[in-house]
Design a binder for this molecule. Structure first.
Ligand code: MG
Length: 246
């Protein structure tokens, strides 16, 4: 039962590989996704983790890989961007698929329609497009209807998130990204730990458990494949600091 999930032990990361979601896990979610910043303590924490884990550290996010790179500046960690479609291994090797050919047309349709819903925001991504309604929650139903209609006429899949509907390219999820990163050195053969808050993070919780590791759910209790839970971003950062000292 979700209520029984406890705090992760501080020594969980000893010898492990650490995979972190970004929004809602390392930083609080804000109204506009482009308004998020990586503060100095977080940048330092990531550097210390990369050092302590000897490179067995990755961020796996719905954000494009280039955005994660830009937010952190020099990244001493691996990245799974765009829900795992774009990968960069600790060695520096990277891979990414060709974007969907009808994406410009779908984005134009979404922008045109979203103008009727003041406060909603269209976010272009390399492999999809997102419609945010955090600043205009009264349009949730209209946004859902629109996103579903566009999904039905395209080959993309619908990804509901926190106050956002995203049309995204099929072919990867956060669990697949974790597995692909874990299959190469220096992560190969280690126990994966994944920390995240989103419904899409459940794929990674399941993969982490299947590979002998564990998931840590961030946020209130819910049915989950995670083994542990932390209540919020502040608790994640405090736990990571404690894990560094273990
Ligand atoms: Mg998240």
């Amino acid at each position: 039962m979700p209520e029984s999930l406890g705090f992760a032990p501080a020594d969980l990361l000893v010898g492990a590989s650490l995979f972190l979601d970004f929004d809602g896990t390392l930083v609080d979610i804000v109204d506009r996704p482009d308004a998020v910043v990586v503060d100095a303590p977080l940048a330092m924490l990531m550097e210390e983790l990369a050092d302590r884990l000897q490179g067995r550290l990755a961020i796996i996010s719905g954000r494009p890989r280039a955005e994660i790179d830009a937010l952190f500046g020099h990244c001493a960690f691996a990245v799974g961007g765009s829900h795992g479609l774009e990968l960069r291994w600790p060695s520096g090797r990277s891979s990414s698929p060709a974007p969907p050919s009808d994406l410009p047309r779908l984005t134009a349709r979404l922008r045109e329609a979203a103008m009727r819903y003041p406060g909603t925001l269209v976010e272009e991504k390399p492999f999809g497009v997102a419609l945010h309604y955090r600043a205009a929650p009264e349009y949730e139903g209209a946004c859902r209807h629109l996103a579903q209609a566009l999904v039905e006429e395209s080959g993309l899949s619908l990804q509901p998130g926190k106050m956002v509907f995203e049309l995204r390219m099929r072919g990867a999820d956060k669990g697949a990204a974790l597995a692909a990163l874990l299959d190469e050195p220096p992560m190969r053969g280690t126990r994966p730990v994944f920390v995240g808050d989103d419904p899409t993070d459940e794929d990674a919780f399941r993969t982490a458990a299947a590979r002998g590791g564990a998931g840590i759910l961030v946020g209130p209790p819910r049915p989950t494949a995670a083994l542990y839970r932390l209540p919020d971003v502040a608790a994640v950062r405090a736990w990571l600091e404690a894990a560094l000292a273990a």
